[in-house]
Design a binder for this molecule. Structure first.
Ligand code: HEC
Length: 159
C-alpha cells in the first residue's frame, strides 16, 4: 500500500466516524425536544381548582404564619423569600391560564400578584419587615380581587 492510499483510507475512516457522531447527536437532541414541542410554556395542570389547591394554597398556608410577626432569624426570612418567590412566579403561571372571557382583568390580577409578590421577595431579601408586611397585604388584596371576580367571591383570604 502506498502512503497515498493509506492517506485516503484514513480520510474515509475519519469521515465515517464524524458522520456517525453527528447522526447520534441529532437523535439525542430530537429525543430531548420532541418535534411537536415548540418550547413554549404550557400548563401541566390545566384545571384551575387543582392548580390553586396544589401550588398557591400550601404556599400561602406556610407564608401567612411566617409573615404574622417579624422573623427572628435568617432561617425565618429564607422561608418567606421562598414562598414569596413561588407566589410571584405563580403570577406568571396564571398568565398561561387566561379564561376566554374577561382575559384582560385576569391578566391584571395576575400581574399584580407577580408585582407585589416580587416586592415582598425583595423586602424579605433586605430583611425589612415593615415593607414586607405592606407588600404582603397588597399581594393578598390582589389574590382576593381575582377570587371576587373569577371564583364567585369564594376563597377570600385574610392576610
Ligand atoms: C388570576 C386569578 C387568580 C389569582 C390572581 C389568584 N387566584 Fe386563587 N383562585 C382562582 C380561582 C379561579 C379559584 C377557584 C378555583 C376553583 O375552585 O374552581 C382560586 C382558588 C384559590 C384557593 C382555594 C383552593 C381550594 O382548594 O379550594 C386558594 C387557597 C387560592 N386560590 C389562593 C390564592 C392565593 C394565595 C393567591 C395570591 C397569592 C391567589 N389565589 C391568586 C384564581 C386566582
Amino acid at each position: 500500500m502506498t502512503s497515498y492510499e493509506r492517506c485516503w483510507i484514513l480520510a474515509a475512516l475519519l469521515l465515517l466516524v464524524t458522520a456517525g457522531w453527528l447522526w447520534s447527536d441529532t437523535r439525542a437532541l430530537s429525543a430531548a425536544f420532541p418535534a411537536e414541542d415548540d418550547g413554549a410554556a404550557e400548563p401541566v395542570e390545566s384545571d384551575m381548582h387543582e392548580f390553586m389547591e396544589y401550588v398557591f394554597q400550601p404556599t400561602f398556608k406556610r407564608l401567612k404564619p411566617a409573615m404574622a410577626e417579624e422573623p427572628v432569624d435568617n432561617q425565618a426570612w429564607k422561608a418567606i423569600k421562598a414562598d414569596a418567590l413561588i407566589l410571584a412566579e405563580g403570577g406568571n403561571l396564571l398568565l398561561m391560564r387566561q379564561p376566554e372571557e374577561d382575559a384582560a382583568d385576569w391578566t391584571e390580577h395576575s400581574v399584580q400578584v407577580r408585582q407585589y409578590g416580587g416586592e415582598l421577595y425583595r423586602a424579605a431579601k433586605a430583611k425589612d419587615y415593615a415593607k414586607a408586611r405592606g407588600h404582603y397585604e397588597s399581594m393578598v388584596k390582589n389574590c382576593n380581587a381575582c377570587h371576587e371576580q373569577f371564583a364567585g367571591g369564594e376563597h377570600i383570604l385574610a392576610p
